[in-house]
Design a protein around this ligand. Structure first.
Ligand code: TYD
Length: 213
C-alpha cells in the first residue's frame, strides 16, 4: 500500500504521517509479521541524489531559481526516489508512507507558481512513472492559522517557507481542487482540530482501505 500526506507547511501533516507509520509498524509487530517493512520517506529527499537536490531547492540564497527549474528539480528528486525506493518496495508488497508527493508539485508549482497545469501533469506522470498513491491525506488548514503557527515557531524559514500569504492561498485552493477532482484517492482532513482527532480520521480511512484490499 502506498499512502501520501499533503498540506501546507506547518499543517501538521508530518506529525500525522509519523503517527500512522508508528501505528502500522505496531500492527505488523503484534501480528508477528517481522518481514513486512513500512517505509517512511519524505519529499524532496529519500535518496542520496534527492537529498542533494533538496539542499539546492531549500537554500535561501538560491533566489534565482526559475519556476520551471523548480518544477524540474522537485521532479528529478522524485524520479530518483520512485525508481530507487518506492517501486522496489511496492513490488515486494511493502508499505510506503510518503510525506509529500506529486500533489505537492501540482499545488505549489502548478496552482502556487502558476505554471501550466497540463505541463505539470505531464512532468508528474514522467517523474512517478505512473506510480500513484492508493490514498492521499490532505491536512487542510487556513492560511491565517499557518501564519500563527509560523510566528509561534520562531525559526528561520527555508526558501519555500518564505513565500507570502497569497502564494499559500493559491496552494491551499489548489489542494482542495485536486481533492475535488479525485475524491476516490484524496481525503481532506481538517488540520485545525486536535492531533488525536486528525489521527483518528486518518486511521479510519486507512482501515477502510485495508479492509477493501
Ligand atoms: P520541507 O522542509 O520538507 O517542508 P514540509 O515539512 O512542509 O514538507 O520542505 C519542502 C518544501 O518544498 C515545502 O515548502 C513544499 C515544497 N514543495 C514543493 O513546492 N513542490 C514539491 O513537489 C514538493 C515535494 C515540495
Amino acid at each position: 500500500m502506498f499512502i501520501t500526506f499533503e498540506g501546507l507547511d506547518f499543517s501538521g501533516k508530518t506529525t500525522q504521517a509519523q503517527l500512522l507509520v508508528e501505528k502500522l509498524r505496531a500492527l505488523q509487530e503484534s501480528a508477528g509479521d517481522r518481514n513486512h517493512v513500512v517505509h517512511f520517506i519524505r519529499e524532496p529527499g529519500g535518496t542520496k541524489i534527492s537529498e542533494r537536490i533538496r539542499a539546492i531547492l531549500l537554500d535561501k540564497e538560491h533566489l534565482e531559481i526559475t519556476d520551471t527549474a523548480e518544477l524540474l528539480l522537485f521532479s528529478a528528486s522524485r524520479s530518483q526516489l520512485v525508481s530507487q525506493v518506492i517501486i522496489p518496495a511496492l513490488r515486494k508488497g511493502e508499505t510506503v508512507v510518503c510525506d509529500r508527493y506529486c500533489d505537492s508539485t501540482t499545488a505549489y508549482q502548478g496552482y502556487g507558481r502558476g505554471l501550466n497545469l497540463e505541463a505539470v501533469r505531464s512532468v508528474n506522470r514522467l517523474a512517478t512513472a505512473g506510480t500513484d498513491p492508493d490514498i492521499t491525506f490532505v491536512v487542510d488548514i487556513s492560511v491565517v492559522e499557518i501564519e500563527h503557527r509560523k510566528a509561534k515557531a520562531g525559526i528561520a524559514f527555508d526558501r519555500m517557507e518564505s513565500a507570502g500569504k497569497q502564494f499559500y492561498e493559491r496552494v491551499r485552493n489548489g489542494y482542495l481542487e485536486i481533492a475535488n477532482n479525485e475524491p476516490g484517492r484524496l481525503v481532506v482532513i481538517d488540520g485545525a482540530t486536535a492531533i488525536q482527532n486528525v489521527e483518528h480520521e486518518v486511521w479510519q480511512s486507512v482501515e477502510r482501505k485495508l479492509a477493501l484490499s
